[in-house]
Design a protein around this ligand. Structure first.
Ligand code: ADP
Length: 197
C-alpha cells in the first residue's frame, strides 16, 4: 500500500488552523478531518453524538476522548483512496494521540509530521473576538468561554506537542504574519516530504 502524507495541524484556538488547512489540502490533495467541524455538523443535524458533544462545547470544555476517537475512526475507515489526511483540532489530548497512532498502524499508515502554529496569547484573544463577529459560533462569543478553551489547551493539549516532539515529528511555524507568508513556510517543510511519499 502506498504511504500517505498524514499531518497533524496543531495550535491554540484562533491560531489559524482552519485557514492554513484549506490551503494545505488544496496543494497536497489531502482529506480534511476537523473534529470541531464534525461536531458542529452533528450538532446541526441534532444527532445523539452532537447533543452529547454540545454539553461540553458550550462551556469551552473538551469533549471526552472516547466520543472523539470513535468519530475520527469512522471518518478514517470510511475514506477510500486518499493521498493522506490532515487532522485539524485533533488529537487534543495524549490519549487521543495514542489512539490515532494505533488506528493508523492498523491500516499500515502513520503520522508524517505535526505542524504547530505559534501565536502569542494576546493576539489569539483579539482574533477570537474578531471571529465572533462573523462566525456566529457561540463558543467565540464571550471572554469566559474563550478563557476556558485556552486553559483546556494549556493543560491537556500542549502535552500532545511533546508527544510528537519525542517521536521527532514536531515542526514549529510562526503563526503571526501574512497568510501566504505563513503558508510558504509550511510548504518549505512539506514539499520535500511530499516528494518522499
Ligand atoms: P477552536 O480550535 O477554534 O477552539 P474547534 O472548532 O477545533 O475550535 O473546536 C470547538 C470545540 O469542539 C472545542 O472547544 C471542544 O469542545 C470540541 N472539540 C473539537 N475537537 C476536539 C477534540 N479533539 N477533543 C475534544 N474536544 C474537541
Amino acid at each position: 500500500m502506498q504511504k500517505q502524507l498524514n499531518l497533524v495541524l496543531f495550535g491554540p484556538p484562533g491560531a489559524g488552523k482552519g485557514t492554513q488547512s484549506e490551503k494545505i489540502i488544496e496543494r497536497y490533495n489531502l482529506t480534511h478531518i476537523s473534529t470541531g467541524d464534525l461536531f458542529r455538523k452533528h450538532l446541526g443535524q441534532k444527532t445523539a453524538l452532537g447533543l452529547e458533544a454540545q454539553r461540553y462545547m458550550d462551556h469551552g470544555k473538551l469533549v471526552p476522548d472516547q466520543i472523539v476517537i470513535g468519530m475520527v475512526e469512522d471518518k478514517i475507515k470510511s475514506t477510500k483512496n486518499t493521498n493522506g489526511f490532515i487532522f485539524d483540532g485533533f488529537p487534543r489530548t495524549v490519549p487521543q494521540a495514542e489512539a490515532l497512532d494505533e488506528l493508523l498502524q492498523s491500516v499500515h499508515q502513520s503520522i508524517s509530521l505535526m505542524i504547530s502554529l505559534e501565536v502569542p496569547e494576546k493576539e489569539l484573544k483579539q482574533r477570537l473576538r474578531n471571529r465572533a463577529k462573523v462566525s456566529g459560533r457561540t463558543d467565540d462569543q464571550d471572554d469566559a468561554k474563550i478563557q476556558t478553551r485556552i486553559e483546556e489547551y494549556r493543560e491537556k493539549t500542549v502535552p500532545v506537542a511533546t508527544y510528537y516532539d519525542n517521536l521527532d515529528k514536531l515542526v514549529i511555524i510562526n503563526g503571526v504574519g501574512q497568510i501566504d507568508e505563513i503558508f510558504g513556510n509550511i510548504c518549505n517543510v512539506l514539499d520535500p516530504l511530499n516528494e518522499m511519499v
